[in-house]
Design a protein around this ligand. Sequence first.
Ligand code: URA
Length: 235
Amino acid sequence: MRIDKLLTTMGLATRSETSKAVRKGQVKVNGCVISKSDHKVDPEKDTIEYMGKPVLYMKNIYIMLNKPSGIVSSTDGKDGVTVISLLPDELQKCGLFPCGRLDKDTLGFLLLTNDGSTAHYLLSPKRHVSKVYYVKTQSPVSDSDIKMLENGVTLDHGDVALPAKVEKVCDTELKITIVEGMYHQIKRMLEAVNNKVIYLERIEFGTLPLDTSLKRGEWRYLTEQEIDVLMKQTK
Ligand code: URA
């Protein structure tokens, strides 16, 4: 693979930034400064350094995004500004897509990846990958409502939600853990107990907590340990 392609794929530099860095002697392969930005590398074997930092090659990209409200969880901009548009230009060309969807007005942890098979496993209803939501409701939630949610409520259109874990933060705030991802699930669960969601934020995905140092609209790569945690759930 060409070094400029590799750095672009990893979202580290555009082609022109790579050429500039190469001209300034800031790109090394196996300890040697390279002179051409089309220099061929084997990312699995070669040691690559860009601007003094080692490049850890990732065939697949996994990104934690703290989704703001008003942005759509899709790759296609026909319904508004997409989560992909929050990434730098280089990363917008890497075939990333959201692993599952959050509604336009839902905030919080959205995993973006270009790894279709892992996304498929993480989203499969059979895997029971957990998601935790912080929910504010219009009216107080009673203990009997909580029991109903914990037992699994029947939603509109007859879908039945699996039992959820519900933690009461206060009368109108809950943390709800679900292991499936039906359309508008949390909103429909609260509707099933005659309530309404007025704020919804995903604070955990697949047991990974949202990194609270990320401001709304900010993102970061998952660490290797975080990727391992996700991968274990696909086995
Ligand atoms: N449940 C919802 O109702 N909306 C979301 O965005 C996620 C879960």
